[in-house]
Design a protein around this ligand. Structure first.
Ligand code: ARG
Length: 462
């Protein structure tokens, strides 16, 4: 085994066990592209500032391009026993270009290097997630548009409450995903600051130009305080929290899709592409995909709590504990990207069983509130009295085995003389849905208004 390139004080080789515990290359190799981009920007800055020669910079640029190519082609396999991706890239660079490679680490530490690489990784993936979120919102809008007249029992406490339309239900999720989108964007904006040039913890005596590297790497500016920067992992916590919240929304939807696929509901039929069979029961078609989305939400929550726990006891500045920041983030990011793609496809291809939804609206006296509202409006009856009269009408309907909307005028008049013929049309579920036409309400006109507003917003951010 070769002598470690970053251990001037350590004479003996590391024990195999230490290496297994200490090395992060097996997972931080995912940062290879960010590491090379950061090193290229750093070397160019060192040359411009006269800290290394122009020739050395040229060699480094060329060498790093080659390292990148070798990694992507598989020629450099990143399994040579290096401690981490930073050491691996530097070792390979020096093998290719010789002594100039040894100048790259001037005015830099792995502490600011890893802070940079990981932040770039988070920002890159933040962007991918926001792009997929916009596609998802688009798909929900398309489904909503087809179903602004499809009646669905709106629920509270998972009990039938009032009729709504299915498009309105879909639009509720677009509001959640819009907030998710804004949360990712907001985090990216806050964290778009460059750590490079902070060195180990306190800055460097070399005349570095941190604005130059920040600009070259697409950051708004350098961070303000190096001591904070080398151990700050808020940006990672933010993406973990944002993913957890987004997955929580997906999980709530998944729960609904699972219920809606059950025989008791049959409101939707997931495409065969997104359902699986049972190994023993030949008749089964299981909603494994929404179940997995719901289950993976537990895992991403675990990743968030794990990093919060790693960070809570760390004195300033860098501590090796923070090496534990990566695997959870990689896992949550991978899960988020995959879940967004799968959900998008599943919603686009799911069949909406309109007749079953509308039939379910005949269970539970969904338009009972409309009778109470009618009594308040047309007979000036105080709401609490109207509420009790309506309760009697519901009891009568139950006795007759009918829905409240199926009671005859005579039935209703037997409850209260003040009930007039005009109420019959109001108790119809569609009329009831359309009566809820206050701002943000379910009425088809209001749902269409919400769709238009969401589409305008989508256009404004695309
Ligand atoms: N692999 C390390 C990490 O992920 C890189 C930084 C190491 N710095 C140090 N001083 N040991 O945190």
């Amino acid at each position: 085994m070769s002598k470690k390139i970053a251990s001037a004080r350590i004479a003996t080789e590391s024990s195999a066990l230490l290496k297994e515990l200490n090395d992060s290359l097996p997972f931080d190799k995912a940062l290879y592209a960010q590491d090379i981009a950061g090193s290229k920007a750093h070397a160019a800055m060192l040359a411009k500032q006269g800290i290394i020669s122009a020739e050395d910079n040229e060699a480094i640029q060329r060498g790093l391009d080659q390292v990148l190519e070798e990694i992507e082609s598989g020629a450099f396999t990143l399994d040579g026993g290096d401690e981490d991706i930073h050491m691996a890239n530097e070792r390979r660079l020096t093998e290719i270009i010789g002594d100039a490679g040894k100048r790259l680490h001037t005015a830099r530490s792995r502490n600011d290097q890893v802070a940079l690489d990981f932040r770039l990784y988070v920002l890159d993936n933040n962007r991918l997630i926001t792009e997929l979120l916009l596609e998802l919102i688009d798909t929900f809008i398309a489904t909503a548009k087809e179903h602004t007249e499809t009646l669905l029992p709106g629920m509270t406490h998972l009990q039938h409450a009032q009729p709504i339309n299915f498009g309105y239900h879909m639009m509720a999720y677009t509001s959640m995903f819009k907030r998710d989108y804004e949360r990712f964007i907001d985090s990216a904006r806050r964290n778009n600051l460059s750590p490079i040039g902070c060195a180990a913890l306190a800055g460097t005596p070399h005349p570095v130009d941190r604005k130059m590297t920040a600009e070259a790497l697409g950051f708004d500016a350098p961070t303000l305080n190096c001591l904070d920067t080398v151990s700050d992992r808020d940006f990672a916590l933010e993406i973990l929290f944002n993913i957890s919240t987004m997955m929580m929304h997906m999980s709530r939807l998944s729960e609904e899709l699972i219920l809606w696929s059950a025989s008791e509901f049959r409101f939707v039929t997931l495409s065969d592409k997104h359902a699986t069979g049972s190994s023993i029961m030949p008749q089964k078609k299981n909603p494994d995909i929404p179940e997995l989305l719901r289950g993976k939400t537990g895992r991403v929550n675990g990743n968030l709590i794990a990093l919060l726990t790693v960070m809570k006891g760390l004195p300033l500045a860098y501590n090796k504990d923070t090496q534990e920041d990566k695997e959870g983030v990689f896992d949550s990011v991978r899960t988020a990207l995959l879940s967004l793609r799968v959900l998008n496809e599943m919603i686009a291809e799911m069949k909406v069983n309109v007749a079953n939804m509308e039939r379910a609206c005949m269970i539970g006296h969904l338009s009972a509130t409309d009778l109470a509202d009618y009594l308040v409006r047309s007979a000036g009856i105080p709401f609490r009295d109207a509420y009790h009269i309506t309760g009697n009408a519901v009891n009568l309907a139950e006795e007759k085995g009918l829905d409240i909307s199926e009671l005859s005028l005579d039935d209703l008049k037997s409850i209260d003389e003040r009930i007039g013929e005009d109420v019959i049309a109001l108790l119809d579920n569609r009329a009831s849905m359309n009566a809820r036409n206050s701002e943000g309400g379910t009425a088809t006109v209001r749902t269409k208004e919400q769709i238009a507003a969401m589409e305008a917003w989508l256009e404004s951010v695309k």
